[in-house]
Design a protein around this ligand. Structure first.
Ligand code: GLN
Length: 278
């Protein structure tokens, strides 16, 4: 670029480019803020300032790559916010979703202030386990994942955030067999294979398949976890799952079969969709 462009002009170019490619325009601000290394409030006071040429070029490359290929901006900038904290993410981990913040909120609100043990199953980038460890200092927290690559990201996040979590590699509950936990939390893969075609590009092409899909109409993960639950929990344990919006009754049935006296609640998210099982 020969001429220096002002920040609002650079953003305007990006918005138009994104729109032309049917991508969300709001990613432009997030990306430019990232490349400028400024806070959100500083960013908005700088609208009439020129953008340094190097920054403008990196920004242009990133916008073009996102618009043309659909690579999520979280993969370009390397992190996403979850429950007020920054978590590193990459191609081996699911990008944190706001629905999962509601799951974590539900656990925090209902957990008593006494020493107890929590396990996050399929931790991915570690968002659930680390947030709970930081918000509930009375808890001893375990996190499992089958993917060694995901655990590398989760461990890095734990170090970055100063959270004390024990990571165990293995399939769902397997690495916990023999432990007695009080709370089990999981956002397991729950999308049915046949629903893949309907997903947006950024999810379909860039979130890890291992984190998204499950057999039996997406119910296989819950079934496997529920079958193993008796081997890893205490008598009065609480179970929290994030669920797909049409899976509530099927999962309630699986839980009631395994624990006939339990009281299973299906809780809606802010979009009024069934999202949490407790
Ligand atoms: N627990 C992680 C999250 O909620 C990973 C979930 C997954 O990979 N299915 O983002």
């Amino acid at each position: 670029m020969e001429k220096e462009f002002k920040q609002h002009e650079v953003l305007q170019w990006a918005s138009l480019f994104l729109k032309k490619h049917n991508r969300e325009e709001k990613v432009a601000e997030l990306l430019l803020q990232h490349f400028l290394h400024v806070s959100r409030s500083e960013f908005f006071t700088m609208m009439r300032d020129p953008v340094p040429e190097k920054v403008a070029m990196r920004f242009q490359d990133a916008i073009e790559m996102h618009a043309e290929t659909g690579v999520p901006i979280q993969h370009i900038i390397g992190h996403e916010e979850f429950y007020g904290r920054k978590f590193s993410v990459n191609e081996h981990t699911l990008i944190p979703r706001p629905e999962t913040e509601e799951l974590v909120q539900q656990v925090i609100e209902t957990t008593p202030d006494e020493p107890l043990t929590i396990a996050d199953i399929g931790t991915g980038s570690g968002i659930i386990a680390l947030t709970l460890a930081l918000e509930l200092p009375q808890a001893t927290v375990y996190a499992t994942d089958i993917s060694q690559d995901a655990l590398t990201v989760a461990r890095q996040n734990a170090k970055q955030l100063g959270a004390d979590v024990t990571f165990l590699q293995g399939d769902f509950l397997t690495p916990l067999i023999g432990k007695k936990t009080d709370i089990i939390v999981s956002n397991p893969p729950y999308i049915a294979h046949q629903d893949k075609a309907g997903l947006v590009d950024t999810v379909k092409k860039f979130d890890p398949e291992l984190a998204l899909f499950a057999d039996e109409n997406g119910l296989a993960s819950y079934r496997q976890i529920i079958e193993d639950l008796p081997h890893v929990i205490n008598d009065h344990a609480a179970i929290f799952f994030e669920i797909g919006d049409r899976q509530g009754e099927a999962i309630r049935a699986l839980l009631s079969e395994q624990f006939p006296t339990s009281n299973v609640q299906i809780i809606k998210d802010i979009n009024k969709k069934d999202r949490i099982i407790q």
